[in-house]
Design a protein around this ligand. Structure first.
Ligand code: NOJ
Length: 549
């Protein structure tokens, strides 16, 4: 174990009880007054994250990059983008985070590089790295592979005049895919992993993992070869780096995502993509059915693995894993202005999606925290930050973190004109109205509520480790389920409706137990043989521990 790892007791399943926090480094805090967030800035703000109760920070790519895709276009895997600092700053961040009991994982883009990467430049020129990328003389190969960035790309092939060939890319045309059939590429990416692991990093969010290999006659996603390579990455971790985690970004249907866990020998975690849009659907339709259905459809996963649950992230709210009708519904309800749409998704932040409703914020977090998995929060959502749909691509959800009501929202002391993006300044979500300082001074703020809620969840390992069973309810507006771990039984009941609702739950199997509401520890009437009646406030919820009398 590295020096930086000494702060923790060995705990290979730490990620199952953790609360994650996604940081857009560029937008979090500017430590050197140049208008861009950086590693020193994040290090300065670790006390805040510790106060909030965060266990693990996930960094968006911090590598050198022309930044044409937020850093997911890497031009050097072995150092840090100069805007963000140095490798020494990275080490200092890890050390300072570990001292506070916080782990740090970072994005690693395994599927592709920037076209600026020297590997690709060498490949284009016909050098020894030619075969590190995927080339073709025609653009009609792998035709069954879909185009992901529908708004900008017309093909997965782009002609390169220098190479006199087409190269393959699943995302932007400036992001050529690496050729994993080449053993040198396989080895090169393992070296990248080792480099950061040796610096003390606690793991990686593996970007775009379904697309590593291509095979004619398939959609080039989730191929067996891809799983075999990921297992190889995992065995490297298991052999030399205990307590680290691989988190797969595989935006796929549940039955395909679960393959990324293997038999507990592939990725430790994977994002629960399909459940996310259904939380938004359920709350807008005031109906639990979309949630029950997708959870029913989700296969169980090995005990040593975990779902990553999220409401929003740095991308558009993806609608790839919904039916056409559901997508139409989501656009109609959540993206009336065409500017809010991007590819197959909605480029908006959580608070504006929920019309700024405090009850809705709490309800959505309650559902998120109650489901099997570890929650992943997106920076700024803890204070209800807004978005700016007039900025291009996904920049509207990546604006500077709003720390105070001061100049630049307290994000940077640089001149406004030097900021990487303008902070929000509108009267509803602008930094003078929405910021950390103001919410710290307000005992009833959402930030303070969320902190208490994070603490509550962490007091009860059942949320991270327990089983899930849907709880039948006689009211379709109620989403109820039971979580169990060893002796702990928790009943979660959520009212999706805008109006007060009664519900009767058949809790016969818990007869004799007493529901104790978890936020206030109030004991409710003992469960008998009759259906258990509850009334819930609009968008209200109860979490109960079922305890012996
Ligand atoms: C997934 C990332 O989340 C997204 O931001 C990026 O654009 C694509 N991968 C392509 O790298």
């Amino acid at each position: 174990m590295t020096e930086a790892g000494q702060w923790f007791e060995s705990d290979p399943l730490w990620f199952k009880r953790a609360v994650f926090y996604e940081v857009h480094l560029r937008g979090f805090f500017d430590g050197n007054d140049d208008g861009s967030g950086d590693l020193r800035g994040l290090t300065d703000k670790l006390d805040y994250l510790q106060w909030l109760g965060i266990d693990c920070v996930w960094l968006l790519p911090m590598y050198p990059s022309p930044l044409r895709d937020g850093g997911y276009d890497i031009s050097d895997f072995f150092t840090v983008h100069p805007d963000y600092g140095t490798v020494d700053d990275f080490k200092a961040l890890i050390e300072a985070a570990h001292q506070r009991g916080i782990r740090v994982i970072a994005d690693l883009v395994v599927n592709h590089t920037s076209a600026d990467h020297p590997w690709f430049q060498e490949a284009r020129e016909g050098g020894p790295k030619r075969d590190w990328y995927v080339w073709s003389e025609t653009d009609d190969v792998y035709e069954e592979a879909r185009i992901i960035f529908l708004d900008t790309e017309v093909s997965n092939w782009t002609w390169d005049p220098l190479a006199s060939a087409y190269y393959w890319h699943r995302f932007f045309s400036h992001q050529p895919d690496l050729n994993y059939d080449n053993p040198e590429v396989q080895e090169a990416m393992l070296n990248v992993l080792r480099f950061w692991l040796d610096l003390g990093i606690d793991g990686f969010r593996l970007d775009a993992v379904p697309y590593l290999y291509e095979r004619e006659g398939t959609n080039c996603e989730n191929l067996p070869e891809t799983h075999a390579y990921l297992k190889r990455l995992r065995s490297e971790i298991d052999a030399g780096y205990p307590d680290r985690v691989l988190l797969a970004e595989a935006n796929q249907w549940p039955e395909d995502v679960v393959e990324y866990f293997g038999d507990g020998d592939e990725c430790h975690m994977a994002f629960q993509f399909p459940v996310m849009p259904r939380m938004f659907m359920a709350v807008r339709r005031e109906e639990a059915a979309p949630l029950y259905e997708i959870l029913e459809r989700t296969p169980s996963i090995p005990d040593s693995t975990q779902w990553g649950l999220f409401l929003r992230n740095h991308d558009e709210l993806t609608l790839e894993m919904v039916t056409d009708d559901e997508r139409d519904y989501m656009y109609e309800e959540y993206a009336k202005d065409p500017r809010m749409r991007l590819n197959l998704g909605i480029r908006r932040r959580l608070a504006p999606l929920l019309d700024g409703g405090r009850d809705e914020f709490e309800l959505m977090h309650a559902i998120l925290f109650s489901l099997p998995g570890s929650p992943v929060l997106y920076y700024g959502d803890e204070i209800g930050m807004g978005d700016n749909v007039y900025l291009g691509d996904r920049d509207g959800v990546r604006t500077p973190m709003q720390w105070t009501g001061d100049r630049n929202g307290g994000f940077s002391r640089a001149d406004f004109a030097a900021l990487y993006l303008p902070p929000l300044m509108d009267p509803v979500y602008g930094y003078q109205a929405v910021n950390v300082e103001a919410q710290l001074r307000t005992p009833t703020s959402f930030l303070r509520w969320l902190r208490r809620f994070i603490a509550l969840r962490k007091e009860h390992p059942v949320f991270g480790l327990g089983s899930y069973e849907p709880q039948a309810a006689d009211n379709p507006r109620i989403f109820a389920h039971v979580r169990r771990y060893e002796e702990d039984i928790v009943l979660c009941v959520h009212n999706l409706a805008r109006s007060a609702q009664p519900v009767q739950l058949n809790l016969e199997r818990f007869e004799g137990l007493i529901p104790e509401e978890m936020l206030g520890r109030t004991r409710f009437p003992r469960i008998g043989s009759l259906p258990y009646l509850l009334t819930l406030a609009p968008r209200g919820f109860y979490w109960f521990r079922l305890v012996q009398g």
